[in-house]
Design a protein around this ligand. Structure first.
Ligand SMILES: [Zn+2]
Length: 172
């Protein structure tokens, strides 16, 4: 009973944090906190870049770097298609969590995908949109949008400032 109650409170807290998160840095803090609570693993000093990539690619992490590159064009389409901050943040969470697991040493997709699902379910509950995105794939919310026919503007790559605000003291 005690651990059920604790779990319920944890899920409630993560749901509310994700729903209210402002910007990439706050979603990132939730990615790190949920991985810490599910896997007890942590990596600091990551940097986030935004770039306009092909729409079938959500994000990537280059092995041996601290960089995650998120597909800004794709996030913009999700933002235009949905006014729900909960959904947009869940979408970004799913992509960032996937790359964070690569950065933590899980190189294979076959390792990463089930972990994204497990961590999402443990953190937000099985009926939450984040867990559904983990199960069906983040593109499931863009069903009906003709991504292949869309023209993506190519802007310059940008770095997200203060992405790891909370960890600065560890990396100096
Ligand atoms: Zn991957």
């Amino acid at each position: 009973m005690q651990s059920n109650k604790k779990n319920f409170l944890k899920v409630k807290e993560y749901r509310s944090r994700l729903e209210n998160a402002e910007g990439y840095g706050e979603v990132w803090e939730i990615v790190k906190a949920t991985v810490k609570s599910s896997l007890n693993e942590r990596r600091v000093g990551m940097m986030l870049f935004l770039d306009d990539l092909p729409l079938r690619l959500g994000a990537y992490h280059s092995l041996g770097t601290n960089n995650i590159v998120l597909n800004r064009a794709l996030v913009n389409i999700v933002e235009a298609a949905s006014k729900s901050k909960r959904l947009i943040n869940s979408f970004v969470y799913t992509l960032l969590l996937h790359e964070y697991l690569h950065a933590l040493g899980r190189q294979r997709e076959a390792q990463v995908r089930p972990l994204v699902y497990k961590i999402s379910r443990e953190s937000f509950g099985s009926d939450h949109i984040t867990t559904q995105l983990a199960e069906l794939g983040p593109w499931s919310i863009l069903k009906g949008i003709p991504l292949d026919a869309m023209d993506v503007p190519k802007r310059v790559i940008e770095i997200v400032k203060d992405f790891e605000k909370a960890d600065k003291k560890y990396i100096i």
